[in-house]
Design a protein around this ligand. Structure first.
Ligand SMILES: *Cc1c(COP(=O)(O)O)cnc(C)c1O
Length: 435
């Protein structure tokens, strides 16, 4: 028995499923999670002494790689001054100004502790601002685990096959309307059915929690004009795409300006921090300047803000080098997948936007939630196990992304390309017949 297997048994006695967040438990791939000892750059090391090239990157935050010196230093320096004050600091003003500079619609920012909290609060502000109750979300998009959003929620929920969560009263999701991703007509249908009642449409501008599903040309533009025409707000949930698809995130990448944006993952530099932001007249609704209550004992925590600031400063300063580099590295992986799929006649397709990509084990191009869930999960399982044994650490679910970062250099990319060829080769249908 490995050390990870041993401690996982113990963990299962004291924590539900042995973990503090469901997808970590490796249930979808039928394996035991690796317990991590440490990580550095592109590599993650488990307690059994195995090292892997890490494409999870803590599920998105580690775009600069693990334990980046400037970030670690900033956290240590902040911690030495005290880990929390519950009072304002200069660093919070600095990071808010930086977010305003980067995010097109942002004039004011509120820092919170997780993406879940950011989205939950943004929706409260949108409802307060519009005086309307309904919100529209999309099938397969994940916006954190707050009650009202646990409807067709993607990733962990898809993998675990729980369509809705137990413990959420039906009344709590009554005001949540669900539309189809990449289908603007499904949204206009809802606006027609609920005239004057929809406060906001919230969308992952690149769906990244049902695997990567990029928006079709015109989809985000249609959401922009529909919301505008009907007096509703457009919220981009950029918890994954923010500071990843370039310094200006998805709104810059696609040239569509929403009313509000939620951020997380990268902006905390690996520490628990997130934010919601938007136009001044909307954000002014938030307490204490307005009537929408929202608070947090540890919000704007000095160590978390220090990690976020250090990360954003590096991204800003080297944006012309970092973003093209991660894009280039991800493209090389995309090409390796595509080549192996053709070579070995694998029923699979690849989607990519910038440094985010996914392979789906399905015949059809994946442009919607229905396409994504047509994937063969058993095939994914075999692929995942193969990659792990080749030293490649991927998210243990068909419905997640490969997160490419700046620490993935030519050597790591070459090794990963070779693993892709080997593992997809082992999945070739003709090979099964011979066996
Ligand atoms: C991860 C994620 C969230 C939730 O963030 P947490 O920090 O896990 O609460 C919300 N929205 C999107 C798009 C995410 O990927």
């Amino acid at each position: 028995m490995t050390k990870s297997e041993h401690i996982f048994q113990e963990a299962c006695q004291v924590m539900p499923g042995g973990v503090n967040s469901p997808v970590r438990a490796y249930r979808a791939v039928g394996l035991t999670p690796r317990f991590i000892d440490h990580a550095k750059g592109a590599y993650i090391y488990d307690i059994d002494g195995n090292s892997y090239i890490d494409y999870v990157g803590s599920w998105g935050p580690m775009i600069l790689g693990h334990a980046r010196e400037e970030v670690v230093e900033a956290v240590c320096e902040a911690a030495r001054r005290g880990t929390s004050y519950g009072a304002p600091t200069c660093a919070e003003v600095e990071i808010a100004e930086m977010i305003n500079e980067a995010v097109s619609c942002s004039e004011m920012v509120r820092l919170v502790n997780s993406g879940t909290e950011a989205v939950m609060s943004a929706i409260r502000a949108a409802r307060g601002y519009t005086g309307r109750d309904y919100i529209v979300k999309f099938e397969g998009c994940y916006h954190g685990h707050s009650d009202g959003l646990l409807v067709k929620g993607g990733s962990g929920l898809l993998t675990e096959n729980v369509p809705d969560s137990a413990g959420v009263p039906a009344a709590f999701v009554e005001k949540t309307l669900v539309a189809k991703y990449n289908d603007a007509d499904s949204v206009s249908g809802l606006f027609d059915a609920y005239p004057g009642k929809i406060a906001a449409v919230i969308v992952e501008p690149v769906a990244a929690n049902m695997g990567i599903v990029p928006p079709k040309p015109g989809f985000l533009e249609a959401l922009r004009s529909l919301t505008k025409d009907h007096g509703a707000l457009l919220i981009f949930d950029e918890v994954i795409t923010g500071f990843r698809l370039g310094w200006g995130g998805a709104s810059q990448w696609f040239g569509v300006t929403p009313d509000m944006v939620t951020l997380g993952k990268i902006i905390g530099g690996g520490m628990p921090m997130a934010a919601y932001c938007g136009r001044k007249e909307i954000m002014s609704m938030v307490s204490p300047s307005g009537p929408v209550y929202q608070a947090g004992t540890l919000s704007g925590n000095p160590a978390a803000v220090a990690a976020g600031l250090a990360t954003l400063k590096i991204l800003r300063k080297h944006q012309d080098e970092i973003y093209p580099a991660v894009d280039h590295a991800a493209k090389a992986l995309e090409q390796a997948y595509t080549a192996a799929i053709e070579k070995y006649h694998i029923p699979a397709s690849v989607n990519r936007t910038g440094s985010l990509l996914s392979i789906f084990f399905t015949n059809r191009p994946v442009e919607s939630y229905d396409d994504a869930v047509s994937a063969d999960l058993n095939m994914f399982k075999r692929y995942f196990a193969g990659m792990l044994s080749q030293g490649i650490y991927l998210a243990p679910s068909q419905f997640e992304a490969v997160f490419v970062g700046y620490a993935h250099g030519p050597q790591e990319i070459e090794k990963t390309k070779a693993a892709i060829d080997t593992v997809l080769g082992s999945l070739a249908p003709d090979r099964d017949k011979e066996a």
